[in-house]
Design a protein around this ligand. Structure first.
Ligand code: AHR
Length: 493
């Protein structure tokens, strides 16, 4: 097939907020224990943080990491993870049916995040707790006052505040799996009052209200409206969560995932702007897509795990090539909406539905999804430009109309590079691309890499860590996007 991609310097979507390349570490499975933290491991540093894992995280250049959950946060007492480790309680962790030793908490995680050159996006517990504990943890983390919680932090060895700037008001509070599920009205009141108190303690923080747990929820839509009507003036972002998968083994339909994500984002923007109109407000609510990824491979194996283990192997999806193509495409959808999506977190980062995997006591390896995330995170900084595309569409499964080709461009701040991220979703049919860059005289294609291959089900493992890696394409004047591929093209002045 033939397709046209037109990119003009004038078609600006938005300056991209770097936090669109954020990720997530939850106290879940082997994300923390056996993932980022393993005292006694050959690569552990003075605090027990694995340096082999740290190196791969740095390779992804992740600006911010959401912590400590996820479902975990809705039953969590943040104080359990502070102070003398010998006195920390060992607890039943109800969200995932595990044992939480509390060896790692905010005291350690803030130091780990500094070493990883990442900021923290911190979630407060609005499941079993509320406004009082939320304002206390803000004081502990951010205050310089001579008051109880700020002094507790000093006693625990941290004179300087941690300065955590972005906070989530709970997690997925409409989900019946959530500890302390709420009705929309209940959550709206709680989020509003909690937000007020947290901002009284530190007016410089920004807050994310929980949107519905996903577009499939019965609550979706009405939940968002109720929450925003109540809390509009006190919050800055609304959260979106969505996971994609191929449980029916229909790869062609699966390749329409980004079209579904795009629609979800647009639906949430419409709700935010409807409430803005109603309130006659000048303020625009921005979106925090703080959980997105592919998640379905591990669902069955997780049911077989015995409860009450410390750091059991949960949500350990083994990703393949088609998952990597979908992840790259989902990032294109996020960038296409970067005028409103200011924060996005690949959920998650290590061992739990993650690009980075470890063997406890052993090595570390990269999953297939590591690569599109890395290329986009490293090269997708600057200003997003809309790509006008003419191509075939096809209809498959749930997504009504799937354009075979999609793309977005990013111009670097110094204008020396234009990066084009593109997919060909049509399996088995290559796309010959006529690509025009208007307003970019003198820019030449210098690099074309893709995620493609004959076996969409091929994946990496500790034994075959490089089975699926990016393919360096030959630069010979023509641009072909292989049928079923994700691509990165770099143009340099
Ligand atoms: O990321 C895994 C889980 O997915 C999170 O704990 C929860 O918020 C979501 O349901």
């Amino acid at each position: 097939m033939k397709a046209q991609i037109k990119i003009s310097k004038d078609s600006v979507i938005s300056k991209i907020d770097d936090r669109i390349y954020s990720s997530f570490i939850e106290h879940l499975g082997r994300a923390v224990y056996g993932g980022i933290y393993e005292p006694g491991h050959a690569t552990a540093d003075d605090m027990g943080f694995r340096q082999d894992v740290m190196e791969l995280i740095k390779e992804l250049n992740v600006p911010m990491i959401r912590y400590p959950g996820g479902n975990f946060v809705s039953g969590y007492n943040w104080e359990d993870g502070t102070g003398d480790k010998a006195l920390r309680p060992r607890k039943m962790e109800l969200a995932w049916g595990s044992i939480e030793t509390n060896e790692v908490g905010i005291d350690e995680f803030q130091e780990w995040a500094k070493r990883a050159s990442s900021d923290i996006m911190m979630a407060v517990n609005l499941g079993t707790r509320g406004a009082d504990d939320a304002r206390n943890v803000v004081e502990y983390c951010n205050s310089k006052t001579d008051t109880y919680y700020a002094n507790k932090r000093r006693e625990n060895g941290f004179d300087e505040p941690f300065n955590i700037k972005l906070w989530c008001l709970g997690n997925e509070m409409d989900g019946d799996w959530q500890i302390g599920t709420k009705r929309a009205g209940e959550y709206a009141r709680l989020a509003c009052e909690t937000a007020k108190l947290m901002k009284m303690v530190d007016p410089s923080i920004e807050l994310v209200a929980c949107g519905s747990s996903g577009p499939f929820m019965e609550t979706f839509g009405e939940w968002e409206e109720t929450v925003l009507r109540e809390a509009y003036n006190h919050v800055d972002y609304l959260s979106l969560h969505s996971y994609y998968g191929n449980p029916e083994n229909n790869s062609q339909e699966y390749f329409g995932s980004a079209v579904i994500m795009d629609k979800f984002i647009k639906d949430v923007i419409a709700i935010c702007d409807k409430v803005k109109e109603e309130k006659k407000s000048d303020k625009k609510i921005m979106l925090s897509f703080d959980e997105w990824n592919v998640w379905f491979h591990s669902n069955e194996q997780d049911k077989k795990q015995e409860p009450w283990q410390v750091a059991p192997p949960l949500l350990e999806d083994m990703y393949n090539l088609e998952d990597a193509i979908v992840v790259g495409d989902l990032m294109i959808a996020l960038l296409k909406n970067s005028d409103r999506v200011k924060v996005a977190c690949l959920a998650q980062l290590v061992n739990v539905i993650a690009p980075i995997m470890t063997v406890t006591g052993g090595g570390v390896w990269k999953q297939t999804i590591f690569y599109p995330f890395k290329y986009t995170s490293l090269n997708g900084r600057g200003t997003a430009l809309k790509a006008d595309i003419e191509c075939e569409s096809f209809t498959e499964g749930k997504a009504v109309d799937i354009p075979a080709v999609d793309a977005v461009a990013v111009i670097s701040d110094d204008e020396s590079e234009v990066s084009v991220f593109a997919v060909n979703r049509k399996i088995g049919e290559d796309a010959e691309i006529e690509l025009s860059l208007e307003g970019f005289e003198g820019y030449k294609l210098t690099e074309h890499v893709s995620m493609e291959g004959d076996d969409l089900k091929a994946g990496n493992s500790i034994d075959e860590p490089d089975k699926v890696t990016p393919v360096e394409k030959c630069i010979d004047g023509s641009i072909v996007l292989t049928g079923g591929s994700w691509n990165y093209l770099k143009f340099k002045k």
